[in-house]
Design a protein around this ligand. Structure first.
Ligand code: ATP
Ligand code: MG
Length: 312
């Protein structure tokens, strides 16, 4: 119900710190403003992505700082925020023995939709919007990983929130499901705010115009994917290496990003922290977003964290 907020729906995060019991500083002074569209939250394991999302969704109190969702303060107006926000947690599980439509029907009852016909209409509408209408009668335990994530999005969308928060939704999906999910998120982002965290940088897709990179509880980059890619300029190289000889190319400071066979050789792409071309390598004309992320982290001496993330 986007029209209920005068002006632009948005998330405002001001000076947020979160120190967990035991002393872990998960967020260390985060400032962010997020407008309509798909906003990507990137960062290695433990960066604080889930912590920030849980604070935005009113599930966790910040130690200090202010967060507003469509103008409503997450601490003082929890109920208003919850009406405006839909959340797909990192660990999403639905009742496995229920049918897909029953899961949403129950949500409808909890949301106060007493009219059975109206509820049924809404359940099918939401299932249709995430491409699950055909499996409305299927038991949750028989859904594929991608379908289960889309059911997660359906439950988050049920009350027509202006803001959708999805935490690492593509983990464990196969490439086809991943593509489908990317398309779904790009479509949903046309009319609402979507905050999406991921460690698979490419999963942000072309729908993402704005992103933040979080590292050790701090925003270390904020801008468009194109701006992040500019950081990689001159740092990504490609070489054709006879199979078995790639160890010479991959000296310390050269981080391999991808390799594919080409005849008896390997085409290897790598990020080079100091920008010095490895022997026989050429700079690439266009870096991918993933390479840009790695090269940014490499320039901060944090490539190990970024690589561990990419492999997990
Ligand atoms: N309930 C908790 N109690 C104590 N420390 C926590 C708790 N939850 C998270 N942390 C710590 O806070 C830091 C940030 O964790 P968070 O889960 O927000 O990171 P993340 O960016 O979502 O990581 P991942 O990519 O692994 O999901 C980590 O050091 C983590 O160990
Ligand atoms: Mg997380």
């Amino acid at each position: 119900m986007a029209e209920s907020f005068a002006g632009q729906a948005s998330i405002e995060v001001q000076g947020v710190r979160k120190v967990y019991r035991g002393g872990t500083v998960a967020l260390d002074g985060v400032d962010l403003e997020i407008g309509t569209g798909l906003f990507g939250l990137l960062g290695p394991n433990g960066a604080g992505k889930s912590t920030l999302m849980r604070i935005i969704c009113t599930l966790l109190a910040p130690s200090s700082g202010v967060v507003k969702v469509c103008g409503a303060n997450v601490m003082l107006e929890r109920r208003r925020v919850r009406e405006k926000i839909g959340y797909l947690p990192q660990e999403f599980g639905a009742w496995r023995l229920h049918r897909v439509e029953e899961v949403l029907d129950t949500l409808g009852i909890i949301a106060g939709l007493g009219n059975k016909v109206e509820r049924r209409r809404r359940v099918l509408e939401v299932l249709d919007s995430v491409g699950l209408k055909d499996v409305a009668g299927r038991k949750v335990k028989k859904l594929s990983g991608g379908m289960l994530r889309r059911l997660g999005v359906a439950q988050a969308l049920f009350h027509e929130p202006e803001v959708l928060v999805v935490d690492e939704p593509t983990v464990g999906l196969d490439p086809e499901e991943r593509l489908r999910f990317r398309q779904l998120v790009a479509r949903l982002g046309q009319e609402r705010v979507i905050l999406l965290s991921t460690h698979i940088v490419g999963d942000l897709g072309p729908g993402c115009r704005d992103l933040a990179l979080l590292d050790k509880g701090k925003v270390v980059f904020r801008g468009s994917p194109a701006e992040l890619m500019r950081h990689a300029s001159g740092k990504v190289f490609e070489a054709l290496i006879p199979t078995g000889q790639e160890s010479g190319f991959l000296r310390p400071g050269v981080e391999e990003v991808s390799r594919r066979p080409e005849g008896n050789s390997l085409r290897v792409r790598a990020v080079v922290a100091d920008g010095k071309a490895p022997e026989g390598a050429q700079p690439v004309a266009e870096a991918t977003l993933e390479e840009a992320y790695l090269s940014f982290m490499a320039s901060r001496g944090r490539v190990e964290a970024a690589l561990a993330e990419a492999e997990s």
